[in-house]
Every structure is written in structure tokens, then in C-alpha cells.
Ligand binder design. Structure first.
Ligand SMILES: *[C@@H]1O[C@H](CO)[C@@H](O)[C@H](O)[C@H]1NC(C)=O
Ligand SMILES: *[C@@H]1O[C@H](CO)[C@@H](O)[C@H](O)[C@H]1NC(C)=O
Ligand SMILES: *[C@@H]1O[C@H](CO)[C@@H](O)[C@H](O)[C@H]1NC(C)=O
Ligand SMILES: *[C@@H]1O[C@H](CO)[C@@H](O)[C@H](O)[C@H]1NC(C)=O
Ligand SMILES: *[C@@H]1O[C@H](CO)[C@@H](O)[C@H](O)[C@H]1NC(C)=O
Ligand SMILES: *[C@@H]1O[C@H](CO)[C@@H](O)[C@H](O)[C@H]1NC(C)=O
Length: 194
């Protein structure tokens, strides 16, 4: 499939009962590396200053997955309810059209293959940098979805709505309704005012 923006197809789907507990990585079939620059990683819950997270991070995998297309979502499960179960997260970023570069890059001491939006696919939700209230620490969680061969996804109106408004975004419902598979996840922490 040629990488391209999804259209949200609306349909009535039953409400999902399951919920991913906070911080839980649902499945991890690929190791994902996330970084803002090649001098340090933004992985495994490390603290990243608000000032260091202004621009989109780079996501990368341990190997180049030629022929695979990816979508990245970033959510703040602590929006409105710090330490909550993430059922009402804020959607910070939703971008499809990523492919795996065949050229490696070294970050810290790790050699990885970056994901690139070479066709300049317009984001479904453009990256909004972390901006928690001063003194509050939130977990910025990135999910990587394999979209190879996927032409669109069918979600309920309320879930589709929350991808537009970004508020009350339920990742578990979204993934379940859209029938998507998360292949990797990561998070860092940012404290407001840093
Ligand atoms: C998650 O938290 C919300 C708000 O506190 C609550 O309504 C909901 O039942 C919780 N869901 C689960 C699965 O615990
Ligand atoms: C992810 O990295 C860990 C540690 O280097 C390694 O043990 C594991 O096999 C890797 N998983 C995959 C799917 O490559
Ligand atoms: C690189 O990114 C880290 C956050 O991962 C930040 O703390 C550091 O200041 C950045 N370094 C440069 C040179 O921009
Ligand atoms: C890279 O490896 C060297 C030698 O093992 C170590 O001293 C250094 O701290 C490592 N750097 C990072 C960013 O992990
Ligand atoms: C969509 O969002 C708008 C504005 O927040 C709200 O008024 C409307 O009820 C929402 N629709 C659904 C189906 O959730
Ligand atoms: C969900 O996706 C799987 C493959 O990832 C497919 O086999 C299955 O038919 C899909 N289910 C629905 C309801 O679209």
C-alpha cells in the first residue's frame, strides 16, 4: 500500500470493556527507540525537560523493516487525572505514513533505523509538545502501529470525535475498534515548567 492519510470511517461499534492499565505496554514485538537528538535517548520513562520536547521526536527500530508502513500515536494518560488509568487521555500526536529507513543512525551507544515520513503525509493530529501544569509530571506515551495494507479504520463517532478534539481519547477503545495491532510502545516523563 502507498502510505497516505487515513479517512475516519464512522460506524457504530460496541463499547470496549477492557482497559490498558497505566504504563502498561500492550505488546512489544519490536524494540522502539525514541530520541530528540543523537546524544540521548527519550526511552523507558526518563525525565525529559519541556524545553527539550518542543519538536517531534524521532522514532526508530532495531532493524529496518522494508515494506512496512507505520502510524505513531502519542498520548498523555495523565491529562486531567494524574496516575489514572488512561481512559481519558489527551492525544498529542497521530501520524501515519512512516516507513523504515535503510540507513542506520547511532543514538547514545545504540545503532537504530529511523522511521521517516518521506512522502510528507499530513498528520491526522499534529504533534503538540508536552505542556503539563507547572510542577505536574505526566507520562508521554508513544505507540507504534503496523498499518501495512490498512486502508482506513472504522471507529465509533465518539472515538472519531476524540481524535479531532484530542480530549478524552481512549487508546484502548481506539485500537480495539480500529482493529489495529500495536507493535511497540515507549514513554518519557515531563514535568510542567521544566
Ligand atoms: C478508569 O477511570 C475512570 C475515571 O476515573 C473510570 O470511570 C473507569 O471506570 C476506569 N476504568 C477502569 C477499567 O478501571
Ligand atoms: C529487544 O531488546 C532486548 C534487549 O536488547 C532483546 O533482549 C530483545 O530480544 C529485543 N527484542 C526484539 C523483538 O528484537
Ligand atoms: C538532546 O535531548 C535531550 C533530551 O533527550 C536534552 O536534554 C538535551 O539538552 C539535548 N541536547 C542538545 C544538544 O540539544
Ligand atoms: C556508551 O558506552 C560507553 C562505554 O561503555 C559509556 O562510557 C557511555 O556512558 C555510554 N554512553 C551512553 C550514552 O550510554
Ligand atoms: C463531538 O464533540 C462535540 C464537541 O466536543 C460534542 O458536542 C459532540 O457531542 C461529540 N459527538 C460525539 C458523537 O461524541
Ligand atoms: C482484524 O485484523 C485481522 C488481521 O490483523 C484480521 O484477520 C481480522 O479479520 C480483522 N477483523 C476485523 C473485524 O476487521
Amino acid at each position: 500500500m502507498k502510505a497516505g492519510s487515513f479517512s475516519l470511517v464512522l460506524a457504530l461499534v460496541g463499547v470496549a470493556a477492557a482497559m490498558t492499565p497505566p504504563g502498561l505496554i500492550p505488546s512489544n514485538t519490536e524494540n522502539m527507540t525514541v530520541f530528540f537528538n543523537t546524544s540521548s535517548l527519550a526511552t523507558n520513562g526518563i525525565a525529559i525537560a519541556q524545553s527539550a520536547a518542543k519538536n517531534t521526536p524521532t522514532l526508530a527500530l532495531d532493524k529496518s523493516l522494508t515494506g512496512t508502513t507505520f502510524m505513531v500515536l502519542m498520548v498523555d494518560p495523565d491529562a486531567g487525572n494524574v496516575g489514572g488509568n488512561g481512559s481519558s487521555a489527551f492525544l498529542h500526536w497521530m501520524q501515519d505514513g512512516f516507513t523504515s529507513s535503510s540507513k542506520s543512525v547511532t543514538v547514545g551507544n545504540k545503532t537504530v533505523f529511523a522511521l521517516e515520513n518521506t512522502e510528507n503525509v499530513v498528520p491526522i493530529a499534529a504533534y503538540l509538545p508536552p505542556g503539563p501544569p507547572t510542577g505536574q509530571t505526566h507520562r508521554y506515551t508513544q505507540y507504534l502501529v503496523d498499518t501495512t495494507g490498512v486502508k482506513g479504520f472504522t471507529v465509533s463517532p465518539s472515538v472519531a470525535n476524540s481524535t479531532m478534539t484530542r480530549v478524552a481519547f481512549n487508546m484502548q477503545d481506539f485500537v480495539k475498534q480500529a482493529n489495529l495491532t500495536i507493535i511497540s510502545a515507549n514513554f518519557w516523563k515531563t514535568t510542567g515548567g521544566t
